[in-house]
Design a binder for this molecule. Structure first.
Ligand SMILES: [Zn+2]
Length: 327
């Protein structure tokens, strides 16, 4: 997802397109409450699995005081470690190892649900295909896609849809549907700027970041459930997990998407220097951005610096791609 905060707040002429949540969250994890919900949020849709808390917690507490508790904990830990190791995989184009238990087909099915929600709510704001702005972004998408790497990408149904909306935002769903607001498009000076943004969105699909977030959500759910057995303060734990696990993980994914996008745009013969210039401009425009520790995205300053650091590698790729005119 691309999100830009600008100093100039543009007057909204139409309904804003919100960022669509695509992650697993626990909404009511307290067994003191009447029911325990594992709540999987996808856009406005939600699937709830209701579990009777008294039964579960009662069984688990009896288990804790049983003689076999420590032996069982050892076996469970060994099994959990095995499951974790068996589900480690490398991210295409960066080689980073990560835990993922969500298959590509499940991820894409979830993406279809999200795309349908966007269509229902904002379909009237979709810009027609013959609009020059749509043709521009489609042209850039076509130039970048050949450089997206990943075996599962052959199943993608790529499409970029431009939404008449002044929010500086763009987002993508598993399956390859990218939504690009006109507000953000207006900040792009040329196709190279569009390539910076589209490369980033394609990269989220290449790296399967949605599946990774869902997998992390599963792990966090297990951790919180375990903590609930010991009467620990769950709100505090949730805060700590958000601050020191989820937000850093989100920023890492955003930076990874920036990196992959930069490499793709360079191979597609767009100027890598553009990414630095683009984020320098956004930094100038930004008003008060939250400190990075409390945010899900890297600061504009950090993005600019990251691109500056990756530029030599991108230039090497440009030379290997024999892109004439890339500087
Ligand atoms: Zn992003």
């Amino acid at each position: 997802m691309y999100r830009i905060r600008a100093t100039t707040v543009v007057r909204r002429a139409s309904r804003a397109v919100p960022r669509i949540p695509f992650h697993a969250i626990i909404t009511r994890p307290y067994f003191q409450q009447s029911r325990f919900y594992l709540h999987i949020a996808l856009g406005r849709g939600a699937a709830r699995i209701s579990l009777p808390p008294g039964v579960i917690v009662g069984v688990l507490r009896r288990w804790i005081v049983s003689p076999a508790f420590y032996r069982n904990i050892g076996l469970i830990s060994a099994a959990a470690g095995g499951i974790y190791l068996c589900n480690l995989e490398q991210v295409p184009m960066t080689g980073r190892w990560r835990f993922n238990i969500i298959s590509s087909s499940i991820e894409q099915k979830l993406g279809v649900v999200g795309v349908e929600q966007v269509r229902q709510e904002y379909g009237e704001q979709f810009i027609p295909e013959d609009d020059p702005r749509v043709r521009t972004v489609k042209n850039v998408l076509a130039k970048l896609l050949p450089y997206a790497e990943g075996e599962f990408l052959k199943d993608m149904n790529w499409e970029v849809i431009v939404i008449e909306c002044l929010d500086n935002n763009t987002f993508v769903y598993p399956g390859g549907k990218i939504f690009f607001n006109t507000g953000l498009l207006a900040l792009c000076k040329d196709e190279d700027d569009v390539a910076v943004i589209l490369g980033h969105e394609i990269a989220h699909i290449v790296a399967r970041h949605s599946a990774e977030r869902l997998s992390q959500g599963f792990l966090v759910s297990l951790i919180l459930l375990s903590l609930s057995l010991f009467d620990t303060s769950l709100p505090s734990w949730k805060y700590l997990i958000n601050r020191f696990l989820r937000m850093p993980a989100s920023r890492m994914q955003e930076a990874e998407a920036d990196y992959i996008g930069l490499m793709m745009m360079t191979q597609g013969c767009y100027k890598p220097q553009t990414a630095i210039d683009f984020w320098a401009r956004m930094k100038e425009m930004q008003s008060q951005q939250p400190t990075q520790l409390l945010d899900t995205h890297p600061s504009h300053h950090d993005r600019e610096e990251n691109f500056r650091e990756w530029l030599p590698e991108a230039m090497e790729k440009a030379q290997a791609s024999e892109c004439s005119g890339t500087s």
